[in-house]
Design a protein around this ligand. Structure first.
Ligand code: 5GP
Ligand code: ZN
Length: 137
């Protein structure tokens, strides 16, 4: 058991704080987000505490993605969503506010007024080459 006593998502994932639970097994709880981006916005929480993606064991990462697929298909069908975003923030700069790994499940509806996508920038072939080298060499 890896729990952080000061972590709200540890308490929610392990049922110490009640939540609207959509799914639960030994390793995960899926809950409705209290401040939803859209109708049905949910969070996949591992029951063990990992602060972010960098700390997540491979097998938990793999199971989380399988669960995301299962939930997305069900939620899309039940809620009549037109699309679906998976979002996962790491670090304050990236918008992470709760430092317990979680995967956002965000059903999308035509004209839902949300703007989860980014503004595309510009690049040159030289810049892309430099970045590629920086990451791969
Ligand atoms: P982050 O910004 O860290 O990726 O996402 C944190 C998310 O957790 C936000 O969407 C926020 O609305 C949600 N959240 C924060 N506290 C609670 C809570 O106590 N219960 C639930 N269900 N969601 C929460
Ligand atoms: Zn935690």
């Amino acid at each position: 058991m890896m729990r952080d006593d000061n972590c709200i998502f540890c308490k929610i994932a392990n049922g110490e704080i009640p939540s609207k639970t959509l799914y639960e097994d030994d390793s995960f709880r899926v809950i409705l987000d209290l401040g939803p981006a859209t109708r049905g916005h949910a969070l996949i929480l591992p029951k063990d505490h990992y602060a972010n993606l960098y700390e997540l064991p491979d097998e938990v990462a793999a199971e989380a993605m399988k669960l995301a697929k299962k939930m997305a298909i069900r939620m899309k069908e039940r809620l009549g969503a037109d699309g679906f975003n998976l979002v996962q923030n790491n670090g304050e700069t990236a918008g992470q506010t709760v430092m317990h790994f979680h995967l956002h499940l965000i059903p999308r509806y035509e004209n839902d007024g949300q703007h989860i996508l980014w503004n595309p920038g510009e690049s040159t072939p030289e810049e892309l080459e430099e970045i590629k080298d920086q990451i791969t060499k």
